[in-house]
Design a protein around this ligand. Structure first.
Ligand SMILES: *Cc1c(COP(=O)(O)O)cnc(C)c1O
Length: 364
């Protein structure tokens, strides 16, 4: 089976892990600092604070910019559940708006009409590894004095108008879950240029304590600390990230060339001011194609290719998010959710596997 993602951990990682185990310093030690420094530099952010998941990074980012009970946060319904759950975890309400039919990211033109007195922030998502249209969101945010948090779980190393993800939003969050472009098994990070926000994330991840103080709790907090074992896995992958991203882009490019002229197959739309990192390569299977999306999925699986749907249901379909005030064009989002299909684009695919996947689809 050609799987949708693949994990490879070099033996160098095992050696360092053995050393850390021997040292006994397993949490928030030297390697956590190292990965914070490395990613901060790489993404040109002033501060980077590691957490134990992308979800805890989102929760911490919302806390840092003061989101609390009764607040509303505008976001996209077409994303992984953790995006909206983190808003609920902060005691606030997610308010869903439209998505752009070409990029599948939040539609900036639909934000303004969803703003109320309770709105405090906009949580944008860089779906599939493609940054949301930040400048347009920024214009609305400035007009109403809202913060922008960027859920960049899928988009490390992507660029928006020549700026790296992590350098421009009020707060940006990454996930280092095993399938993500930079993986550490589990892990996350919050990036910001605001020292006050960075300090708050540090408190929040450590039970509300300053790192240096013992048992002085400045606020409610969680245990969101990253372990050094995970930090090391991430650090070792990071050394290879340029190559891994290049590989994803070159496979995506081959797919684009092969599928571009097939009627009913819609390839990813990437504006020229955006650099996509293809966490997923996602096509849309429209009615002009000879199979529908679900048939194509089964067809590929029968031929040993694992395709996946990200995401089968928009988030307003789920009970705990359903009752919330929603302002969006449900029909259009439902249609997109019925048509998207992601095919393997991970960097460990061989040239032969890429050709095989292309042939399987072109031959239909
Ligand atoms: C993976 C992911 C998350 C959550 O990250 P975890 O590390 O699994 O907690 C949040 N948002 C998006 C868009 C993701 O893809």
């Amino acid at each position: 089976m050609i799987t949708i993602s693949k994990v490879k951990i070099p033996s160098s990682t095992e050696k360092i892990i053995a050393r850390i185990l021997g040292s006994g310093k397993l949490v928030q030690g030297e390697y956590v600092k190292k990965i914070e420094e490395a990613i901060k530099k790489r993404c040109k952010a002033k501060h980077a604070v590691a957490t134990n998941s992308g979800t805890s990074a989102l929760h911490s980012a919302l806390y840092a910019c003061g989101i609390t009970s009764g607040d509303e946060v505008i976001t996209t319904p077409f994303t992984f559940i953790a995006t909206a759950n983190s808003i609920v975890m902060a005691g606030a309400r997610p308010v869903f708006v439209d998505i752009d039919e070409k990029t599948y990211n939040i539609d900036p033109s639909s934000i303004e009409s969803a703003i109320s007195k309770k709105t405090k922030a906009i949580l944008i998502v860089d779906l599939y590894g493609q940054p949301a249209d930040y400048n347009l969101v920024r214009q609305v945010a400035n007009k109403y004095n809202l913060k922008i948090i960027e859920d960049a779980a899928q988009s490390i190393d992507a660029e928006y108008r020549s700026k790296k993800v992590g350098s421009y939003a009020d707060l940006t969050t990454f996930s280092f879950y095993a399938t993500k472009n930079l993986m550490a098994g589990e892990g996350g990070m919050v990036l910001t240029n605001n020292p006050v926000y960075a300090e708050k994330v540090k408190l929040f991840r450590h039970h509300g304590q300053r790192e240096s103080s013992n048992y002085e709790y400045l606020d409610v907090g969680y245990n969101y600390r990253m372990t050094d074992l995970h930090a090391v896995i991430g650090m070792d992958q990071l050394r290879n990230l340029d190559y891994l991203t290049k590989k994803r882009r070159s496979i995506a490019n081959e797919y684009n060339n092969a599928f571009r002229n097939i009627p009913g197959i819609i390839t990813p739309f990437v504006p020229d001011y955006i650099k996509h990192v293809y966490h997923q390569y996602t096509i849309r299977v429209a009615k002009e194609f000879s199979m529908n999306r679900d048939q194509l999925l089964i067809y590929l699986e029968k031929r040993g290719i694992q395709a996946r749907i990200y995401y089968p249901k928009p988030l307003y379909c789920f009970n705990h998010l359903k009752s919330l005030k929603n302002k969006f064009n449900q029909k259009s989002i439902d249609k997109i959710a019925q048509q998207v299909l992601s095919i393997p684009v991970h960097p460990y695919l061989t040239d032969q596997e890429v050709k095989y996947i292309i042939n399987c689809i072109v031959n239909i």
